[in-house]
Design a protein. Structure first.
Length: 281
């Protein structure tokens, strides 16, 4: 496995600072966040403090993607992929993101399924809309040579490996895959990792590495929240061992969303933790 960093976890660093710090920490690549389309739902209602005034973000522009890629590679880092925000049915942003990835030499881009909190439509309708859009996604991926990966994410219709697999199963894994996000599964969608990884099979395209846990709220209930890598409900070394046993040799992006440390400090802490586990050289 190869370890990189998703820049969504570095909101306070600009692009040059992110490149320098990731290289200094010893990671091998970067998964670049791409700014949302102006006026989009995701742009208007950020779900996490990291999404406000985020600086480690590529503008939604082909030339900008190519320039950031040059800066990234000049520091000896690879481009893991791009993480744009593409709403189901937004063919224009899909095509632009694929063009950006091609210009940057990025092998893959991220998409997400519809958020259930932002619609009154039932699952059956959202599922059919998503599958129809993935027909367009597969065509765009085939035309550009960019693999498009569906991120498992809570509060969407693809919050688990099984639900994500239900969408992508009919499409070629060479063009369409799944991002297995460990931290998101604590919020919603956890299935035994052995089952989930076997189910995804060749559609497993990428891994997001972060952790989370449930905490007692003032009212007495429980709520999930982000934690440092070593301090949540996910047994990170165990899951990475399972991935290794199944022959996974691709990228794992550290995407630490916890607020325990300032992002720059968290980046270096996570590098040290991965070395302690014998995973990062």
């Amino acid at each position: 496995m190869k370890f990189g960093v998703a820049t969504i976890s570095l909101p306070s660093l600009n692009i040059g600072e992110a490149v320098a710090e990731i290289a200094a920490a010893g990671f091998g690549g970067i998964e670049w966040r791409v700014e949302p389309r102006p006026g989009s739902i995701r742009d208007a209602t950020p779900a996490h403090p990291f999404l406000v005034n985020h600086r480690s973000t590529i503008p939604l522009d082909v030339a900008a993607a190519a320039e950031v890629a040059r800066e990234t590679r000049a520091a000896g880092l690879e481009i893991v992929g791009l993480a744009p925000y593409i709403e189901v049915g937004d063919t224009g942003t899909l095509r632009l993101a694929c063009e950006m990835a091609a210009a940057a030499g990025a092998p893959q881009i991220r998409v997400q399924a519809p958020r259930i909190s932002r619609t009154h439509n039932p699952y059956s309708v959202l599922y059919e809309e998503t599958v129809a859009f993935f027909g367009e996604i597969e065509a765009a991926a085939r035309a550009t040579g960019i693999r498009v990966l569906l991120e498992i994410h809570h509060n969407t219709i693809c919050s688990s490996a099984a639900l994500a697999h239900r969408v992508v199963a009919r499409f070629a894994p060479s063009h369409v895959g799944v991002i297995y996000d460990l931290g998101n599964l604590v919020f919603e969608g956890y299935e035994a990792h052995e089952i989930a990884l076997d189910l995804l099979g060749d559609h497993l395209g990428h891994v997001h590495l972060k952790n989370a846990a449930h905490f007692r709220s003032p009212g007495g209930g429980w709520r999930p929240d982000w934690t440092p890598l070593e301090d949540g409900e996910v047994d990170v070394p165990h899951v990475l061992e399972l991935l290794d046993q199944r022959g996974y040799r691709d990228w794992v992006s550290v995407e630490d969303m916890s607020l325990d440390r300032e992002p720059r400090a968290a980046l270096h802490h996570n590098a040290a933790q991965l070395r302690e586990w014998g995973l990062l050289r």
